[in-house]
Ligand binder design. Sequence first.
Ligand code: NAD
Length: 237
Amino acid sequence: MIALVTGASRGIGAAAARRLAADGYTVIVHCNTNLNQAQAVADEIGGTVMQADLADFSQIDRMTDEIIRQFGRIDLLVNNAGIALNGLFQDISDADAMRLFLVDVGGTMHTAKRVLPHMLRAHQGCIINVASVWGETGAACEVHYSAAKAAVIGFTKALAKEAGPSGIRVNCVSPGVIDTDMNRMHGAETMQALAEETALCRIGTPEEVAAAIAFLASEQAGFITGQVIPVNGGFLI
Ligand code: NAD
């Protein structure tokens, strides 16, 4: 079974790549600029690195073509790569806002668009998108990110309906606050406050999100599609 995990050089993506490899997948470790880190993950799990800037759809086309050329199929797509932006709504530049939507929504949707025909041909497949609790509830100072992740949730539900009759399941995980580089922009005080807002009184780990991704990918989740699986420690109940 072949899995493509985007943004797998670090954080949630690297944890998902390791977990899926442990579950028996051959994993394509996608990265943008962190080639060395991605190669280290791939070496560890016997995977293959593929590079593409997801803001550039022609690079996604090249990558998916190369995967099909080398492996002939893609059974599982984990659309994990994403960027966040912190700041007041009106202070975010149009260019930064557009890039966020291009990567988080455009990259997610275009990668799925390129992978889907191969899943349709196989009459099976699984797509897991990584959304965010902010896409469910909205966050001040992360308005663009919240809107983009809400779009990812809407995309997940709609594609699940369209692809379901062809035997393809589409779900998303919706992490709360997880200990990765994405949160390094927050100071220790903010992280402590976020931990206190979480029912379990702590920040989550990438491995805990990876476990939910692995479950959704597994046969045990065979009757689950179009769903948003929260992995937020009770941040939003
Ligand atoms: P991260 O910053 O470590 O990982 C993001 C990954 O996306 C990186 O590997 C990065 O290289 C990749 N990426 C960014 N822009 C790219 C581009 N243009 N082309 C290709 N790849 C690109 O952070 P993370 O926390 O591991 O984030 C993984 C996913 O989880 C993201 O979609 C993020 O929005 C989501 N998420 C994270 C949290 C959290 O608290 N950390 C919470 C909710 C959702």
